[in-house]
Design a protein around this ligand. Structure first.
Ligand SMILES: NC(=O)c1ccc[n+]([C@@H]2O[C@H](COP(=O)([O-])OP(=O)(O)OC[C@H]3O[C@@H](n4cnc5c(N)ncnc54)[C@H](O)[C@@H]3O)[C@@H](O)[C@H]2O)c1
Length: 345
């Protein structure tokens, strides 16, 4: 299958590209390169690519593809809350426009990277895909709007599917240190103490980046009936874990580190546990392989192997900090566009 993969140079894209190639797909990337150079260790996944901002995608960029996998976005809550209008421009408006262009170009499948955070606070019950959506941040709200607007343009020739990923973990050459397990393993290694600012009780659903890639690979080849306008939670109940359990996994993976739960930030409303039975039933053979404990060990081994330092951890591999660095250097403007072609590092 010929696949256009937006956001291919990001954290998930750098893991998904080799998975798609290994599955025999013909992959073209599309990315503006916000995190170009933010790489730890070798990044071997070299595919033909379109260097573009998704706000500027042209109809010609979409011709000749069987499927679009749309990952490109401002990818977390702090980024979204910093500049909500830019989050809506990129994550919502540009995504819906991309879907329309894909449909007009005859692309049959549109695989969208949504998030389990669309459920917001959900208490102790496991949330299924039919649970009410209660997004708590502009980032999560932008994902809900894309699901609604892209569903509205689906027809017999254009099948969108919304893959609501749990929070990712695991090593990727385009590392993110601002997602919880990756962050806590790094903190354990660099400081010796995993400090948890909440009381440690909130539930978080986690999933390894390679298990997310496997879900997208499965959705590409699933029968159309199984994907058409469907939403799937991506993850496994085994990785519905509390923040305290995530901290313990990090400290166990990193020799001579300990956990300190301070509780100083008070209650955290983003607590939810997720039901993942629908994706297992729909995509034959789909079963996430990675536990949080194994992921913590993988992260620690790669951090040591590739020489992670505190400076890299807090700047280059933290999305918000890196964008601020680019803006301070005059490379990126307030709307997160590069000031001139080739300005990206
Ligand atoms: N990582 C997670 O825990 C997680 C969980 C759920 C959903 N998701 C979603 O998966 C997708 C990928 O996440 P990630 O962790 O790889 O994020 P990332 O920040 O590492 O990568 C995003 C990529 O998109 C590109 N991008 C951003 N804005 C762009 C624009 N305007 N034009 C072109 N390219 C642009 C960036 O350059 C980057 O390469 C996002 O849509 C995110 O919301 C991620």
């Amino acid at each position: 299958m010929r696949v256009l993969l937006t956001g291919h140079r990001g954290y998930l894209g750098s893991v998904m590209t080799p998975s798609l190639l290994a599955a025999g797909h013909d992959v073209v990337g599309l990315d503006s390169g916000l995190f170009a150079g933010c790489v730890l260790g070798p990044d071997d996944a070299d595919v033909p690519s379109i260097h573009a901002d998704i706000r500027d995608v042209k109809p010609s960029h979409l011709t000749g593809f069987d499927a679009v996998i749309h990952l490109a976005a401002l990818s977390n809550d702090p980024l979204g809350s910093l500049a909500p209008e830019i989050t809506y421009d990129i994550n919502h408006h540009a995504s819906v426009r991309l879907a329309r262009l894909a449909k007009d170009a005859g692309v049959q499948r549109f695989l969208y990277a949504s998030t389990c955070s669309v459920y917001g606070s959900a208490g102790e019950e496991l949330v299924t895909e039919s649970a009410p959506l209660r997004p708590l941040t502009p980032y999560a709200e932008s994902k809900v709007r894309v699901e609604e607007d892209v569903t509205a343009i689906a027809d017999s020739g254009f099948s969108p599917v919304f893959l609501r990923n749990a929070t990712a973990f695991g090593f990727s050459p385009c590392l993110r240190a601002d997602i919880v397990l990756n962050n806590l393993v790094g903190v354990a290694m660099l400081t010796g103490t995993v400090r948890v600012l909440s009381d440690g009780t909130p539930w978080r659903p986690l999933v390894h980046a390679r298990d997310i890639a496997a879900a997208f690979c499965a959705a590409l080849v699933a029968p159309v009936d199984a994907i058409h306008c469907r939403a799937y939670n991506v993850g496994t109940e085994d990785n519905n874990v509390t923040v305290a359990q995530i901290a313990a996994a990090a400290a166990t993976a990193v020799p001579n580190s300990t956990v300190a739960i301070t509780g100083e930030t008070g209650p955290d409303p983003r607590s939810y546990r997720v039901d993942f039975s629908a994706i297992r039933a729909a995509f034959e053979g789909y079963a996430p392989k990675w536990t949080v404990v194994d992921g913590a060990v993988e992260l620690y081994e790669n951090y040591v192997r590739w020489g992670l330092t505190e400076e890299l951890f807090t700047t280059r591999f933290t999305r918000l900090a890196h964008l601020r660095t680019l803006q301070t250097a005059g490379l990126l403007d307030a709307s997160l566009r590069f000031q001139r072609v080739g300005a990206e590092p």
